[in-house]
Design a protein. Structure first.
Length: 189
């Protein structure tokens, strides 16, 4: 199905010159001179490399239909991440390079949506926000009254972010998967 390059988003699967690729990153550029363009970074699902391509903003690409399947993230190692299909209990590995930073937002034993092509998972779909526990941050300075200052913090998955000074180690926070920024304290169940 033809899709305008302006609509490209990370996680989309495309057919590029007979290869199935997953969009890793897109950058919409409007230079001072010349027409606007889209710079896209894509990863071949067979693990044969990264493709970077510049498209005119009027170009179209061939998006492929993928199935969305519920899977459980089990663990990751240097070769990739292992997921289990919740219906068939089959385990599959997705290349770490294809997933990129997505694993920084997913805890082991978490249910996620995997995008599958011809029955094989090729990437995962992240929700808009995730809840993660802060494992390391500096304590709040007594008497500090400025509220718009942020401090460094590390989450349980290894994600580094910046949080308000009142957030302490051990707290559950809501993090945006778009840019890794702090959104709010998570409402504990």
């Amino acid at each position: 199905m033809a899709t305008k390059v302006n609509d490209l988003r990370p996680g989309m699967a495309l057919n590029m010159d007979g290869k199935i690729v997953v969009v890793v990153n897109t950058d919409h550029v409007k230079p001072g001179k010349g027409p606007a363009y889209v710079q896209a970074k894509m990863k071949d699902i067979k693990g044969t490399g990264v493709i970077e391509r510049r498209f005119n903003s009027s170009d179209t690409v061939d998006q492929i239909n993928v199935d969305r399947r519920q899977m459980e993230f089990l663990f990751s190692d240097p070769s990739g991440a292992t997921f289990m299909d919740l219906e068939s209990y089959d385990q599959s590995v997705i290349d770490a390079e294809i997933l990129g930073d997505a694993l920084l937002y997913v805890k082991p034993n978490t249910e996620i949506t995997a995008l599958c092509y011809e029955g094989n998972p090729i990437t995962i779909e992240l929700p808009a926000t995730v809840e993660l526990e802060i494992t390391e941050t500096t304590p709040q300075v007594k008497g500090a009254t400025q509220t718009n200052q942020l401090k460094e913090a590390e989450c349980e998955t290894g994600l580094k972010t910046r949080v308000p000074p009142f957030i302490e180690t051990g707290e559950l926070v809501r993090i945006s998967t778009k840019d890794g920024s702090y959104q709010s304290r998570a409402k504990g169940d």
